[in-house]
Design a protein around this ligand. Sequence first.
Ligand code: AMP
Length: 618
Amino acid sequence: MAKIGINIATGSLQQAEMIVGIDLGTTNSLVAIIHPESKVPVALKEFNSSSLVPSVVHFDGFGNPEVGEAAKQYLETDPANTIFSAKRLMGKSYRDVKEHADLFTYKVIDDDTESLVKVQVGDKFYSPIDLSSFILKELKERAEHILKTPVNKAVITVPAYFNDAQRQATRDAGKLAGLDVLRIINEPTAASLAYGLGINKYEEKTIAVYDLGGGTFDISILKIANGIFEVLSTNGDTYLGGDDLDRAIVQHWIKKVGIDHNGLKINKILAQSLRLKAEEAKKYLSDHTVFQAELNGDQLSLSRDEFNSLIQPLIDRTIDCCKKAMTDAGLQTNDIDTVVMVGGSTRVPAVKEAVSTFFGKPVNDEVNPDEVVALGAAVQADILAGNNTDFLLLDITPLSLGIETMGGLMDVLIPRNSKIPSRVGRQYTTHKDGQSGMRISVYQGERDLVKDNRKLAEFNLTGIPGMPAGLPKVEVQFLIDADGILVVKAKELRSGVEQSIEVKPQYGLTDQEVEQMLLDSITHAKDDMVTRALVEARTEGEQILGVTEKFIAKNPDLMTKEEMLATANAMQALQLALTMEDKNLIQSKIEELNEITRPFAERAMDQAVGAALKGKTL
Ligand code: AMP
């Protein structure tokens, strides 16, 4: 039962626990709730204003942050102290964002390292987490003001391609803003919830969610059956959105009007004005055919046809992503029942047309594409509040997750495109006698050798009691929670020693990198197989050498001098083979050594059995 409280300030009755849904967007952010009476999701707004809060932070002369529309005004007049698109920096290093550095009109610290990016304003440094927390704090305060009740709990949405580090960063930003982040959910999943898809338990549908926002593009293929949402595949591009459409217009004007490109680099205020004019033109062209304006004495014009041909390559890139997502889901376009449009940029008529043509059906765009994600987050918040228990959400992992095993091989525990939440365990053992520690290195990627994949984390399981090699049983467990955060646990089952780690990789992967990693795994599949076979043969050879050495040391009197010599020769031959790149040679030398040592092994066994029987009375 929901608790009821009384607001002392207003005397009004209120629900004690209000969980809000937040869309923390690249361009705009907003808060939504399920209306307590009408039970429908609504975006919160002050009377007579927009529900959208620009994701812009401006710092005044004293370093005090100001967020939203008020901050946005400073984009032109005070660009160095006005931070926009901070979401693009979430969980990234300077190296990650270097390529796009000229997009920032503010100072992004160029330390050319892999440590997390910082923004400098005056003499202060801010992380993207700090900047996002200012936006979330503003949203929280706004919601409290409108609802006249404290807001402490939230569901926050992130792009489907956000990795663990970026999800964690978003969570941390929420915490900094004083919010208990109950769940991080993917934006496309939220959008389909907002469309009420799956409410009818008997409905089975395959849905494509096409989300072109200000800074990111995501395509997700979802399946709804029995009231369960399952993400079949996702694809996208974290560097493709409305900002790019604006940029295409800016470039066009620079060329057409002859604006000095170098001059723009110096004159950041003019650059900003041009950017805002371009956005204005783009929006205008969603409902009109010609845009005309003046800036600094230059005549700026753009027709819808010109605009369409400027953005065609960008639209084509989104359609390519759609094709890949369909292939990953193993579906044809006519398997898609419903296409849902999300993000302000889907208002562009040419975008709608291209998507509709690709999927061969009209698109759904009735719900406001700027609000749809927040509305869905509110639906999820309602589910978490216990008001709606009919849903279960499942997402998938974009890349395989595994650990390093002997010889630098990748042992996959959770394959790519697995559903999350997910838990997998596998047993490993030691390869040296008395080994008291085991290093667990966690990797993400599709290649057979860990050196070609991406390291996420590493820890040591220590305190394994001394045991012969092969005896300890170390169970490694991978657990991905519903937010896509990975926890790795290692436990030695005989002694019970255990260790775990929450994986928060230092910085993220872009979609292109994910794609490149997948492509590389295909291109190198054959080489990888050869290398894996060689590494496995070497590991086996080394193990057999170790065991034989131990046997000789322990049972010298079981062997004749000749046998000893033959064994030493075979061992030497195997040792030599291990230094070469020939798996077949290694295997034949292993066989030869085995042939020679088999009789002593049998003799040793007989002796052991004899000894065991000796003391027994029958
Ligand atoms: P979002 O990240 O979903 O808030 O998307 C905002 C993006 O949508 C920005 O790039 C806006 O310029 C763009 N946008 C908003 N309204 C329109 C419109 N009427 N036509 C075209 N693009 C729009």
